[in-house]
Structures are given as structure tokens and as C-alpha cells.
Design a protein around this ligand. Sequence first.
Ligand SMILES: C[S@@+](CC[C@H](N)C(=O)[O-])C[C@H]1O[C@@H](n2cnc3c(N)ncnc32)[C@H](O)[C@@H]1O
Length: 314
Amino acid sequence: MSERHGHHHAHGEHGHEGHAGHHGHAGHEPDLDWREMAEALETEAELYADGVRLMLGWLDEVLNTTGGGSPERVLDVGSGPGINTTLLAEAFPEAQVVAVDGSPELLERAAHHAERLGLADRISTRRAELPQDAAGLGRAGLVWSSRVVHHVGDQQQALKALAGAVEDGGALAVVEGGLSARYLPRDIGFGRPGLATRLEALREEWFTRMRDGLPGLVSVVEHWPALLAEAGLRPVGSRTFLTEIRDPLPAAVRRHVHGQLTRSRERLAEELESDDLATLDRLLDEDSPEGVLHRPDLFLLTANTVHAAVRDPS
Ligand SMILES: C[S@@+](CC[C@H](N)C(=O)[O-])C[C@H]1O[C@@H](n2cnc3c(N)ncnc32)[C@H](O)[C@@H]1O
């Protein structure tokens, strides 16, 4: 199911996985890497905010039709720096919203962000690790978890833990999957056409290696509605929101794409053919008019999917 509007985010997702949250740091300068990753997550969430607003509008309808009504309490599990948390607070004005994450640093950013927007009285933060700490979170009329479950070795167990926090008449919404982001035309005037597809294939392998490294890994068919049903809820649908940003392209999009391609280059340097590496280097050249920071044909196009399920009142 696809709705052609909205700006939502990141299955670029795969682009950001490595940040590894609180699980570790990627390079030689952990603090710098950490800050960069937090800022990249923030920028990404901001670029996709319109799409998230549309997702939340749909969830509002879902809650109205299933009798849940406007939630008084919302959990944003795996909130990261809390951009979505503030969107949840705006979409559900009667709710107290809790940003939950395993990373205290990101929660600190979430608290600052809430304060900046004057939402500090409605947003709190809570450190917790999924799945083991979920039982202590209490119940909520809406449990939202965007791009988090795939960080957990046993995804079914993670969904069961999230489902356990859904009150009667409430909903669980999980953002997973969608389509990888595209930034450039097929032929960019140099290099071999089709770079995006080759990068995507290598990123899928990288993603599998990332998951293989997670503790307690369990393979499941990633059929989200079925996994939500197995977690004891009633699936009510999946919706996909397209993000398309073109002319005039904000500088933030250029920096975001530059960051995504830089991460791909770092992670995939061993696997990429040398001609593709050379193409990436030209695209990443900050001074060149051919680079993504300056070229006129750059855009951001991606799609993200939210899967929802409800707990029918007993
Ligand atoms: C890709 S980010 C998504 C951030 C935000 N929800 C969004 O969609 O923009 C994943 C977040 O989940 C958190 N996380 C990953 N594994 C977790 C776990 N097992 N328990 C709690 N938080 C976790 C990370 O710290 C990170 O903030």
C-alpha cells in the first residue's frame, strides 16, 4: 500500500545502521564519531518529519476506529535523539510522551530537543534496553518504535516486549522496511551507470553481517504483520510514505547525502569495485561541482513503511 505524499525517512535506514547506538563506536575517535552519528540521526529524522506526521495521522485514525481514542500516554521506544518524540507529542496533544532508548547520550539530546520546542512538560526520557527492560515501562495507548526492532537479535521477542506495553484498545506501530533511498540519476556523467543498485546490494550484505553480529540472533521471516500477530496483537495494516525532496534542494539534504555516501564508502570499501570507489570519491569531493554538495541533479527519494497492530479491548 502506498501513499504518494509525505516526506518520510529512512530506509536509508540501512545507511544508518552502523551507528550501533549505545552498542559501540565505529572509528578511532569515538566521541567525534558519536556526535556525528547523533547529528546524522537528527538530520535524517528532520528530513523525514513530514512523512512521520502522515504516519501519525493514520495511526490517529486507526486508534479512533478501534476505540482506543486519543492516547494519554505514548512510548517512543528507541527514540534516538527524539525528533519523532516531539512529533508524537504534537500529533497527540493529550498525551505524555516517553522517549525510551538504550543510549543516555541520545536521551540527553532528546530532552534538549523537547525543551527547545517548549514540550518539556509533556516529554520525559527513560533509559531502557529492549527487550529485557520493556516490562518496566508501563502501559501506553500508543507504542511507537521506528527503525529499532532490527537492532535486536530476536525480533519476535522484541515485538512481544513492545506488545506487552500496549494497553487495551491501544496500538503498536513499528517502522521497518520500505525502499532504499535514491539520490542521483542513473547516468551521472561519469563512472558506470547503476552505482546506486550496486551499493544497495552490498549494503544488504553489510546489514546481514551487522545482524549476524547481534547477541541472541534468531532468524525469522520478516513478515511484520505476522510477527505482530504472533506477539498477541491484531494487525490493522501497513502504510508506506514516500519522501521526495527536489528543487530547491535544502543544504541539509546535500549534507545528509554526503554523510550517507561517506558511510557507504567507509563500510563497503573492501567490497566495492575500484571504478565505483573512484566514482564515489568524485561524488564526495567537497569542492568539485560534480560532487553531491554542488551538483544540480541531486535529490532525495525514499519510502518508509509503518506496520500497525492493536490490542482489542477484552
Ligand atoms: C536507527 S535509530 C532510530 C531512531 C529513531 N527512532 C528514528 O527512527 O529516527 C535506532 C535507535 O534505537 C536504539 N536502540 C537500538 N537497540 C536498542 C535496544 N535493544 N534497546 C533500546 N534502544 C535501542 C539506538 O540507541 C538508536 O537510538
